[in-house]
Design a protein around this ligand. Structure first.
Ligand code: AMP
Length: 415
């Protein structure tokens, strides 16, 4: 299906051509006609599926000619706000609509000045938006379309009270679109009072980025994780690697150890200033550093093309984060690889991830790596099978029932 059949105006189609989008992604094909018709939407889609253009293009079309802030996109992190701003600006380049993002961690006054110059589409993180509103620096009385992006993450991060306050500042008569990587009962409960008879758009399991990710688990003692990472980086063709750690401190430490071995890496987490984060991200995007080490909160939604490998240095304790993490690789249909380090104390985390995926992941050893006094997994689990791609959507909790089988309890550990 070509973009031209979705009902978008010429200026927007031109922007799509400039962006070199050849055909709509599944969520775009589904969501754009519905959103153009003014429907409320609830969308289950991860970053990497093209969901930003799926909501930006129709709102730009519907709000043509409006004065003031006609569309508000609320998103959990600064990085996402900047990314959405960038996509929205590209999509709006042949329209007269102005796009701005406001978020914390950077100067307040420049954002006030940008708002004063006139904005039609405002992308915002909740805290800064409420700040601006409480000082009378932003007028939300003209908002006709509200987009809540990464709703599950806003819930996880405790932003929902702020989101509710923001919604209370908007005109009641508006179109609402809510996107979330997982539509858990908790998300649906908070979404319900906001949405009016929403159409649901899901990215079919076969189209999720997770489809093409090969996943392997490396059982390793905690104290050898850094050596294993270095060894992998030295011996395998890992070109552009996103490494996830559980804490900021661990992210910094991994970076230091990589630097000791002459491997260029950068850390990105919430203790770093906005400009440090941006510099790290830019360096990674431009290929100046090969490894980006991140914690979940800031990494979520980072849009970097060509990430060849995601390494879970630590397994996430929230299994949904695993899906988000591995979704950073294999974007736009490319193949990708996710390597997960698992220490004995993370066995339970792996089991929960497998329940969410509905399948057992392959465990293997890195050939030639000197495992010291390693606790080993039950041989039943160590794979002789090849790693295989899985469907992110298959066996998810929300589908309930039979597909959420528990994998074999296999991973019993001993020294
Ligand atoms: P998103 O899920 O909105 O973060 O988008 C993920 C990536 O896919 C971004 O780099 C977009 O520029 C890209 N993208 C979005 N829509 C398309 C499309 N129709 N064709 C090719 N790439 C796209």
């Amino acid at each position: 299906m070509p973009f031209s059949s979705l009902g978008l105006r010429a200026g927007l189609l031109e922007a799509v051509r400039d962006l070199d989008y050849q055909t709509p992604t599944p969520i775009q094909a589904e969501a754009i006609p519905l959103a153009l018709a003014g429907r409320d939407l609830v969308g289950c889609a991860q970053t990497g599926t093209g969901k930003t253009a799926a909501f930006i293009l129709p709102l730009l079309q519907r709000l043509q000619g409006r004065k003031g802030i006609a569309a508000l996109v609320v998103t959990p992190t600064r990085e996402l706000a900047r990314q959405i701003e960038e996509v929205a600006r590209s999509c709006a380049r042949h329209t007269k609509q102005r796009v701005t993002a406001v978020y914390g961690g950077v100067g307040y006054q420049p954002q006030v000045q940008a708002l004063r110059r006139g904005v039609n589409v405002l992308v915002a993180t909740p805290g800064r938006l409420l700040d601006l509103h409480s000082h009378g620096d932003v007028d939300l009385s003209q908002v006709e379309v509200l987009v809540l992006d990464e709703a599950d993450r806003m819930l996880d991060m405790g932003f929902w009270p702020d989101v509710r306050r923001i919604i209370g500042l908007l005109p009641a008569d508006r179109q609402n679109m809510l996107f979330s990587a997982t539509l858990s009962p908790q998300v649906m409960r908070v979404a319900d009072p906001i949405l009016r008879n929403p159409a649901r758009v899901d990215v079919a399991p076969s189209a999720t980025p997770v489809d093409t990710v090969t996943q392997t688990v490396y059982p390793v003692n905690s104290f050898q994780k850094t050596d294993l990472l270095i060894r992998l980086l030295e011996t395998k063709s890992l070109d552009r690697v996103l490494v996830f750690t559980r804490t900021k401190h661990r992210a910094d430490r991994v970076c230091r150890h990589l630097a000791d071995k002459g491997i260029r890496g950068a850390a990105i987490h919430s203790n770093r200033t906005q400009s440090q984060r941006q510099a790290a991200l830019d360096g990674f995007k431009r290929g100046h550093c090969r490894v980006l080490v991140a914690t979940d909160i800031v990494a979520r939604g980072i849009d970097v093309d060509g990430i060849s490998h995601v390494v879970n240095y630590d397994l996430p304790s929230n299994p949904d984060d695993y899906i988000h993490r591995i979704g950073r690789t294999a974007r736009a249909g490319a193949d990708g690889t996710a390597l997960s380090f698992m220490a004995a104390e993370e066995t339970k985390d792996l089991r929960e991830i497998e329940v969410l995926l509905g399948q057992t992941l392959e465990c293997r050893d890195l050939e030639g790596f000197a495992y010291l006094e390693r606790v080993v997994p039950n041989p039943e689990r160590t794979a002789t099978r090849k790693p295989r791609a899985v469907y992110g959507g298959r066996g998810r909790r929300r589908s309930g029932g039979a597909s959420t089988r528990r994998p074999r309890s296999g991973a019993s550990w001993g020294s």
